[in-house]
Design a binder for this molecule. Structure first.
Ligand code: AMP
Length: 459
């Protein structure tokens, strides 16, 4: 299905195209036609599924038709549990609505000065995005006229419930016209959410899409501990030499790192380029076109720039730096394994990243198996963390014979103990070789070509 088939206003289609989206996500495919038809919906959809556009595109579509009632009050109200989410939703509204004439988006969030909010609310508002507590204050002071409200969206309703906002949400709903269309989005649709829906929605259509967790099933996730930047570079070099790699996205933490890493890789002969938020739209489009038509083998990107990339030949995603947020991890690695293909996601981490790794694993519900590449073992033994003995028993990406030194090292390190651990499917397996006598492994080979090196050592 294409966006054109959803019968959205042409100005909205133009903005979607500019955002780089080619196909509606499952939640968008299911929700948008129901919403344009005027139904209430309750949908289970997590961050990363494209849920924001699923409600914002039809909301904007409705706003393209002039209001029937003369008022300055909002025509669309989105309630979110957190300020961060509210700001994201506002950004999305502006992005998708940029070619519609005069769409005024206002955010009303706790912690912001009242005088500024009063001013914003005194002007005509089309879309109001708010956290419940602060909005109630303004409603009670008579600052919001809901006469012409057409649509109310409860985003992340499960979190609003958990945070004790549901009474506030009900109070707000009571201040809006009964004729409104109501949308409820929640990570899960359980009994508690059903009770909220029963009070606020009218014969809603239920929509269920698979969570990001199940979307990751065709992606093999690997972890490599890295001691320092030079170690990361050598690991990256090794991964990029994998013959199964068609195209890869390498994620860095900063725009500057994306630029310098892309330059380094280019200098080494890789068809590599950077993509990040400091580039203008024309440059970004040009780079994306090169990626799509196969002219680029390695894209080095920051999180901001990578959103929306959907290229079937991306076989590998490499987290040169781990993302700060677990949602971004899911988003990043979802750039591979498109259209049911298998993908490989490799993350480089230092021992300092263990907390972050645990957060990511908790979010995805999947453990990221640690691997070592013979000759590129980390010097430092990663500490155990989270739900298992992280790092003590890595998988060896290229297996080789057990080293005569294994288990005899006075500084038993990564895999030297010969313990067994779990791989990503939860199966137990023995760690082979991979002692931590870094010296002998690391000497000798300075050109980064480890493939022949392994054979040479085991002779
Ligand atoms: P959300 O689930 O709303 O947080 O969206 C997750 C990310 O998916 C956002 O960065 C959107 O920009 C992006 N996105 C939304 N819809 C699409 C689409 N149809 N194609 C590609 N990316 C999309």
């Amino acid at each position: 299905m294409s966006f054109e088939e959803l019968n959205l206003n042409p100005s909205i289609l133009k903005a979607i195209q500019e955002a780089g989206y080619t196909t509606p996500t499952p939640i968008q495919q299911q929700a948008i036609p129901e919403l344009i038809a005027g139904h209430d919906i309750m949908a289970s959809a997590q961050t990363g599924t494209g849920k924001t556009a699923a409600f914002m595109l039809p909301a904007l579509h409705a706003l393209a038709t002039p209001a029937q009632i003369r008022s300055r009050g909002p025509r669309v109200l989105v309630l979110t549990p957190t300020r961060e989410l509210a700001l994201q939703v506002s950004e999305a509204a502006k992005k998708y609505g940029k070619y519609l004439p005069r769409i005024n988006v206002v955010s009303i969030l706790g912690g912001m000065p009242y005088p500024l909010q009063n001013k914003l609310l005194s002007q005509p508002v089309d879309i109001l995005v708010a956290t419940p507590g602060r909005l109630i204050d303004h409603i009670q002071r008579g600052r919001i006229d809901f006469q012409r409200l057409q649509m109310m969206v409860l985003d992340e309703a499960d979190r609003m419930l958990d945070m004790g906002f549901i009474e506030d949400v009900e109070t707000i709903a009571a201040a809006t016209p009964a004729t409104r269309q109501t949308l409820l989005f929640s990570a899960t649709l359980d009994n508690a959410i059903d009770r909220v829906a029963a009070k606020l929605l009218k014969t809603p259509k239920r929509i269920q899409v698979s969570s990001p967790k199940s979307k990751l099933d065709n992606i093999e996730q690997r972890l490599h501990y890295a001691d320092d930047m030079s170690h990361k570079n050598r690991l990256l070099n090794h991964v990029l030499r994998d013959e199964t790699l068609k195209q890869a996205i390498v994620f860095t933490a900063t725009k500057r790192d994306a630029d310098s890493l892309a330059d380094n890789l280019y200098a080494q002969g890789y068809a590599a380029a950077a993509l990040h938020g400091d580039m203008n739209q024309r440059e970004r489009n040009r780079t994306l076109t090169r990626l799509r038509n196969g002219g680029l083998r390695v894209l080095v990107a920051t999180d901001v720039a990578a959103r929306g990339i959907d290229v079937a030949d991306i076989t590998h995603v490499i987290n040169f730096d781990l993302p700060k947020f677990a949602e971004d991890y899911v988003h990043r690695i979802g750039r591979t394994g498109r259209a049911g293909a298998a993908g490989i996601a490799v993350s480089f981490a230092s021992v300092k990243d263990n907390m972050n790794l645990t957060k990511i694993e908790r979010y995805t519900g999947q453990r990221i198996a640690s691997h070592v590449i013979p000759g590129l073992e980390p010097r430092i033994k990663p500490r155990s963390s989270g739900n298992g003995p992280r790092g003590t028993t890595p998988n060896v990406t290229q297996r080789r014979k057990r080293s005569p030194f294994a288990g005899h090292d006075s500084r038993p390190g990564f895999g030297a103990t010969g313990e067994s651990g779990r791989n990503r499917n939860g199966q137990r397996g023995r760690a082979i070789g991979a002692d931590n006598r870094g010296n002998s492994f690391r000497n000798g080979d300075s050109n980064g070509n480890r493939v022949g090196y392994q054979a040479a050592r085991s002779k």
